[in-house]
Design a protein around this ligand. Structure first.
Ligand SMILES: [Zn+2]
Length: 1023
């Protein structure tokens, strides 16, 4: 998957090539269970009895205790999840600025503890008492338990305050991370899923190794009923602390170093969200409802399927056995070694013991699937799907086989397993997940129908390439902890583009990667962004790492590094890294060190890359030329900077070309800018300079007035620069206009060349940028300006729009361009476009849907058709009966683009309740509705009114919620709307007011407001 922000930023309507979030296809799968809400980031709005709270003044820790099972009342689920997060967060947020506000107000041990009645006394007395009480608490009370009876002094030797387990006994561990004294070596897991009763029984035997003498074993377990536990054959009691999803066994004596056997029997219900061991259902073409069970463990849900040491560094082997009905098959990471008939008519499959691996990569599935297979080297590659879709698996099989061969050669380490399964799971919130040997996909990201276009194939290929890269980056070598998630995701994202451009050059993936870098820059320009490597402890912090920064920025900085190193050095360093850390865990530094060793240049990779992973954001490089002397300076490119005093400095491998040689890679020259400013001396006079050759670097460049003028003049001959550079000039000048560095007049000056442009990348970038402005003007009811923007687009793109063919097309690049142009043309109601679209739709209906509409034009054609009642009805029936997931999504987008308000409300309701439209598509529905004038305010109202329901379906902080919030608010550009949005976000309290996306949304509205204020006059004047 690839970028969190596809839905958020691609408000460009015209250019939405992929209905799924490209760079974040995986992200949507990392949903928390719906009842997990981020209470920790907000003052709890529910009462916590003072005797439920234990303070440990010296370390400012606060624990909520006694909120286990025994103390829960009718609101028990809310309380339980709240307590879990409170516990986690209060213990671990000290380094997190974002949570520093309200939650810490509860951590003032003095005021709340000693003087609850002080509020009623006079100010002077209050201050005195507070000071005295702070003094007393800090210096006289080492550990203090507060109850209704007051503050009772506890044993002065206790440094840690232990929480209370569900049994009422003290839980013997006080950290969110597990102790390192005990490691798992091997798991032996037997599972019996009961698909009729939606529950499963399990038994896990864990061989553990005690590395340091200890009296406790602590591991993870969530939502399961432990029926029996034995240690070395003897029954032992198990303590559970639900808020942290931990269980513990206490021993009277120290366990000596050595290996031991721990056995746990348990029962549990299937998860009703999309993580853990969950059940899913679909209706086959005969109308029969089918059920299946599958897993999604990354990042923190293996603990919902079996008790385990659920952190990526606790690698172990796994031997899995699954009992099932004979009509189902079961799959797991490893090949099946045998099937045993059991007495009760059931069968048990046993799988080979796995490689040493992390818990989040374990997977198993019980379903009625069919498959096709092929051998690649020593591996059997298979693609699984429901029987109705067996014709749609072949493209994926071919693609996976080719990519597996590529990676085997590229990494010089063969994929180590004997089988690799790729499984399409119906009704699946996720996009894809790289479970070792058993990769799971959403149907759209794996299956390719007869009518699918190369653009649909580009999406499937991208996701397969990404997941296969994980078999090395992530599965073989794994980040030690989630703070370095980018080592997994940035790398897999980079490798996905690199492998596709090698193996499938026809898919035009480089243009896609360029767009991804532009999106990453836009996201990272906000103050709400974060460094690539960030401190994470709590579950919600772990979830939030699955975002554009880890994926897209991670991939972008790797591209920049590869472009800086000499040919072959990057690959050599990567191979060395994989060999050195094979089957173990790493941190960012390990990768940089491996790459430093192979670099023969004077580039200190570690020193350079460090600056790109520890600072949030990216640099703006300003170029001022005076003859042959060029002054270069860098600063943080930060929208809405205010008075920020940011002195971050990056080590920028600055590349540049001039008119004497500007197209070939060999033209590129490099200057390493490490300081705030530097002087570059040119050997001779030049007409112009273009920095950041092919936009391989993760920075934006601003020129002085002359510099821009020279470049604009140079563009009179379009081919003077590669198309990536032309696209980047357009991207950068719009970004600089948002930053207030250039006027919109200057933007339009540059855009004058676009009439001569023919390449996809610059044209789609220009359409995207103009489309964004058009939509904002439209929604501000600046009708006059919106209509002038429409004329501007007509004037600059009209002839290209007219010249597009409506026939089947094979070139991805041409399809990308024409679908962008025609979707924009039809959305602006250009007569030729809507007439052609209607013609194709009528032909399709008349032929009983056998006529083939070019797949890349399907969304455009359907959107035009959806504006009439008849067309809408036909499309609704198509949506309900289609067995092609890609077609279904395009149809749904069209349905949601209706301008009929009643239909808009109907579709909002149906997609949220899941009755006629799949709930997994709710974010897409909101996104599509919000792009159009008719429905965006209704959608916003709907989100506000149904926030409770929405957060039951999608976890607070999840990608789905991020997309919903961004779609619903990014079209606002007035003070009234800003206040309205802020009021709503503030009212969310525990239900999300502290989410990063809320800051992002607010920043975006402010940015829109500022841009409009600064540029409305210019637009009046020049448009
Ligand atoms: Zn990934």
């Amino acid at each position: 998957m690839e970028s969190t922000n596809h839905l958020n930023q691609q408000e460009y309507g015209a250019i939405e090539r992929a209905p799924l979030p490209r760079n974040m296809i995986e992200n949507s799968m990392f949903e928390e269970e719906p009842d997990v809400v981020d209470l920790a980031k907000e003052s709890p709005s529910y009462p916590i009895d003072s005797d439920d709270v234990v303070y440990e003044p010296r370390s400012s820790r606060l624990l909520v205790r006694g909120l286990g099972e025994n103390d829960l009342d009718e609101d028990e689920e809310d309380y339980e999840s709240s307590a879990r997060l409170l516990g986690m967060s209060f213990m671990n947020r000290s380094s997190n600025q974002r949570s520093a506000s309200s939650s810490y107000t509860r951590q003032q041990p003095s005021g709340s503890c000693s003087m609850p009645s002080a509020k009623t006394t006079v100010i002077g007395v209050l201050i005195l008492v507070v000071v005295v009480s702070i003094f007393m608490v800090i210096y006289f009370v080492p550990g203090c338990t507060f109850t209704r009876n007051g503050c009772s002094k506890t044993n002065s030797t206790i440094n840690k305050i232990f929480p209370i387990s569900t049994s009422g006994e003290l839980f013997p561990w006080t950290e969110l991370r597990l102790p390192s004294s005990v490691h798992p070596v091997r798991y032996d897991i037997s599972l019996h899923p009961d698909l009729k009763n939606m529950s499963f029984q399990g038994s896990v035997s864990i061989k553990v190794e005690v590395l340091h003498e200890t009296k406790i074993i602590v591991l993870h377990s969530s939502d399961m009923n432990i029926t029996k536990a034995t240690f070395e054959g003897k029954v032992v009691p198990v303590l559970e602390y639900k808020p942290w999803q931990q269980i513990a066994i206490k021993f009277p004596e120290d366990l000596k170093k050595g290996t031991y056997g721990l056995n746990i029997d348990y029962t549990a219900s299937f998860s009703n969200s999309y993580d853990g061991f969950y059940n899913s259902s679909y209706v086959d073409t005969n109308g029969t409802k089918r059920v299946l069970a599958a897993t999604q463990f990354e990042p923190l849900a293996a603990r919902k399927a079996f008790p385990c040491f659920d952190e990526p560094a606790f690698k172990s082997t796994f031997l899995i056995k699954i009992t099932r009905e004979p009509n189902y098959i079961s799959l797991s990471n490893m090949p099946k070694v045998k099937t045993t008939n059991l007495k009760n008519g059931l069968q048990e499959d046993e799988f080979k013991e796995s490689e040493t691996m992390s818990t989040y990569l374990v997977a198993f599935i019980v379903a009625e699937f069919i498959s096709y297979s092929r051998n690649v080297s020593n591996t059997t590659v298979s693609v699984y799907a429901v029987p109705d879709k067996k014709e749609q698996v072949h493209y994926a099989l071919d693609t996976a086989a080719k990519l597996l061969e590529f990676y085997n050669t590229f990494f010089e380490i063969d994929y180590p397993l004997r089988k690799l399964d790729l499984v399409a799971i119906p009704d699946f919130l996720a996009g894809a997940m790289e479970n070792w040997g058993l990769i799971t996909f959403r149907e759209t990201t794996l299956l390719v129908g007869n009518n699918s276009s190369p653009i649909d194939k580009q999406l499937v290929t991208s996701v397969i390439a990404h997941e296969l890269a994980h078999q090395w980056f992530g599965n073989l070598v794994t980040m030690r902890w989630w703070n370095d998630l980018w080592l997994n995701e940035g790398f897999a994202t980079y490798m996905q583009y690199m492998s596709i451009s090698n193996v499938f050059p026809d898919l035009d993936i480089n243009t896609e990667f360029l767009n991804v870098r532009f999106k990453a820059l836009a996201k990272d320009a906000l103050n709400s962004s974060h460094p690539v490597s960030a401190v994470v402890s709590t579950p919600e912090q772990v979830e939030e790492m699955f975002d554009s920064v880890s994926y897209e920025k991670g991939a972008s900085i790797l591209l920049m590094l590869n472009a800086t190193l000499r040919d072959g050095e990057f690959r050599k360093g990567v191979i060395e890294y994989l060999q050195k850390y094979n089957r173990s865990n790493t941190e960012s530094e390990d990768l940089w060190n491996s790459l430093s060793q192979v670099s023969k240049q004077n580039v200190n990779v570690s020193e350079m890359m460090h600056t790109w992973t520890v600072h949030k954001g990216f640099p703006l490089v300003t170029v001022k030329r005076n003859g042959t002397q060029v002054t270069l300076s860098q600063e943080h490119f930060l929208l809405n900077a205010g008075n920020s005093m940011d002195d971050s400095l990056w080590h920028i491998p600055l590349t540049y070309v001039n008119e004497s040689c500007s197209v070939l890679s060999s033209c590129k020259q490099v200057f390493h800018l490490k300081d705030k400013t530097a002087i570059l001396k040119l050997p001779g006079k030049v007409k112009w300079l273009k920095f950041n050759f092919r936009s391989d670097g993760f920075y934006i460049v601003h020129y002085d007035v002359e510099g821009w003028k020279d470049l604009i003049e140079a563009l009179q001959n379009v081919t003077v620069l590669p198309c990536e550079d032309r696209a980047a000039l357009i991207n950068n000048i719009f970004a600089l206009s948002r930053l207030g560095k250039v006027s919109f007049r200057q933007v339009l000056n540059l855009m004058n060349y676009i009439k001569n442009e023919t390449e996809t990348a610059p044209l789609t970038e220009a359409l995207f940028q103009l489309g964004q402005i058009y939509r904002l003007l439209d929604k501000r009811s600046e009708l006059n300006l919106a209509s002038r923007m429409k004329s501007y687009i007509d004037d600059h793109f009209g002839s290209l729009m007219e010249s597009q063919s409506w026939e089947l097309e094979t070139s991805v690049s041409k399809m990308t361009l024409r679908s962008a142009l025609l979707e924009m043309a039809c959305s602006l109601n250009r007569l030729n476009c809507t007439t052609q679209a209607k013609r194709l739709f009528d032909q399709w209906v008349d032929s009983n849907k056998t006529f083939q509409i070019p797949s890349d034009l399907m969304t455009t054609v359907f959107k035009v058709a959806a504006q009439t009642d008849d067309g809408w009805d036909v499309l609704l029936s198509t949506y309900k009966h289609s067995i092609c997931d890609a077609e279904k999504r395009k149809t749904l987008e069209a349905l949601a683009s209706t301008q009929d308000v009643r239909k808009i409300i109907w579709i909002l309701q149906k997609s949220l309740d899941g009755s006629e439209i799949q709930t997994q598509e709710f974010p897409l529905v909101i996104h599509t509705i919000c792009k159009n004038f008719a429905g965006y305010l209704y959608a916003w109202d709907f989100v506000k009114e149904n926030w409770g329901k929405i957060t039951q379906k999608f976890a607070v902080g999840s990608f789905a919620i991020q997309s919903i919030i961004m779609s619903a608010t990014s079209q606002f550009s007035t003070k009234t709307h800003l206040m309205e949005a802020q009021n709503f976000f503030n009212s969310l309290g525990a239900k999300g007011s502290q989410m990063r996306i809320v800051q992002e949304a607010t920043e975006t509205i402010k940015q829109n407001m500022r841009w409009m204020e600064e540029n409305l006059d210019t637009l009046q004047h020049w448009l």
